[in-house]
Design a protein around this ligand. Structure first.
Ligand SMILES: *Cc1c(COP(=O)(O)O)cnc(C)c1O
Length: 385
């Protein structure tokens, strides 16, 4: 029976140290979490700039709810596209330098929007092996031929592109890899896209707001011109931007095509207008408040310096994502558990989120952390070593 099969499959998940459990927080998103009455310093969230519970965003969301209500009531193409949504799209396009932007309710949905709308059977997608699950699913959904290249391996990608006879070619990559914190070689990828007549789709979930001048993202970090018609950019709004949702930015034609064809844009209710209002305030803060990014960089340097001489080896990440590779699933859980006992909440990330044998602690820093909190984590890790 199917029930027994599920029961034994769940047993196997337990045996492999892969059972996932949720913890219910009794506090807003921030460095101080409360779980089961226990106060914890949290290094879990992707709220890299500390905006998720920022007073300016809260005020904008409250004013937005007063002016526009809570729900949009329909999909954007029917009657769910309100002035705050339109203003936010225009602001995001101007901020990132693209001709036009399209707002979606989640990054997952945005990736599922892009790939199947641009390629189908007979086309080919070239994907970095460490891409986010939503990009992997997007490629499957498109029915295009899927070719994966080793992480950041431009030579391997070039061999695959040179061999391909596909009509349309799409290179898809995370800009900042979500579990490693390293950057994709975007200039090299763009050069290959030019040479082999391909499109380049960039998922900047972890770079938008954090990297580049004014936090404009990983393209700005590399000084890549957003007016290149081969670029399709995706940024999420639930991480550094502190709320929820995502946007796609590209040329006028690509955005118009997505608006006509992307099923995860068309067949879903428009984002809440109060979220759009909060995000309008968030983009202003991201652009203006350089101090948050400076503080975040300093915290990353502090953590790296503090762990440099210990057994805890960090991956070479220039971002807010600082993973400590442990390897074994059970050991990763054990270390995370020991930290938890000491009042530090650091997630153990295990397969299938990361490749087998690379279970890790994913330390995620935020501008809302203090230097004292990072020093306390370093001390606890040194003690556990
Ligand atoms: C978080 C994430 C997404 C999904 O974005 P949501 O808005 O959370 O759905 C997509 N891509 C990457 C790389 C991510 O880290």
């Amino acid at each position: 029976m199917i029930w027994d099969e599920l029961e034994s499959a769940l047993g196997e998940i337990d045996a492999a140290g892969l059972r996932r459990r949720r913890r219910t927080l009794a506090a807003p998103c921030g460095p101080l979490a409360v779980v089961d009455g226990k106060p914890l310093i949290s290094f879990c969230s992707n709220d890299y700039l500390g905006l998720a519970a920022d007073q300016a965003l809260i005020a904008a969301a409250c004013a937005g709810a007063q002016a526009w209500g809570v729900g949009s009531g329909a999909s954007h193409l029917v009657s769910g596209h309100q002035s705050p949504h339109q203003a936010l799209e225009e602001k995001l396009a101007a901020f990132t330098g693209f001709a036009r932007a399209l707002l979606l309710s989640a990054g997952y949905m945005a990736n599922l929007a892009i790939v199947p709308a641009l390629v189908g059977r007979g086309d080919a997608v070239f994907a970095d092996k460490l891409n986010h699950a939503s990009l992997i699913d997007a490629v499957q959904l498109s029915r295009a031929d899927s070719q994966r290249y080793s992480h950041g391996d431009l030579a391997m990608l070039e061999r695959l592109l040179a061999k391909s006879t596909a009509r349309r070619k799409l290179i898809v990559t995370d800009a900042v890899f979500s579990m490693d914190g390293d950057l994709a070689p975007l200039p090299g990828l763009l050069e290959l896209a030019e040479r082999y007549d391909a499109w380049l789709v960039i998922d900047d979930a972890h770079g938008f707001g954090v990297l580049g001048e004014h936090g404009r993202g990983t393209l700005a970090h590399y000084a890549i011109d957003p007016n290149n018609p081969r670029l399709v950019y995706m940024g999420t709004l639930g991480k550094a931007a502190g709320a929820s949702g995502a946007f796609i930015a590209a040329s006028q034609q690509v955005i118009e095509w997505l608006l006509q064809r992307a099923r995860t844009y068309i067949f879903t209710t428009g984002a809440s207008p109060l979220i759009a209002c909060a995000l309008l305030a968030s983009i202003d803060l991201i652009a203006a408040d350089e101090e948050r990014r400076t503080h975040l960089r300093e915290l990353a340097e502090q953590l790296r310096a503090g762990l440099a001489a210990t057994r805890w080896q960090l991956l070479p990440s220039p971002t807010a994502i600082q993973p400590v590779i442990i390897g074994d699933n059970h050991e990763a859980l054990h270390v995370a558990g020991a930290l938890y006992e000491r009042g530090f909440w650091v997630p153990a990330i295990r397969p299938p989120t990361v490749p087998k044998g690379t279970a890790r602690l994913r330390v995620s820093l935020s501008a809302a952390h203090t230097a004292e909190q990072v020093a306390a984590l370093v001390a606890a890790l040194q003690d556990l070593a």
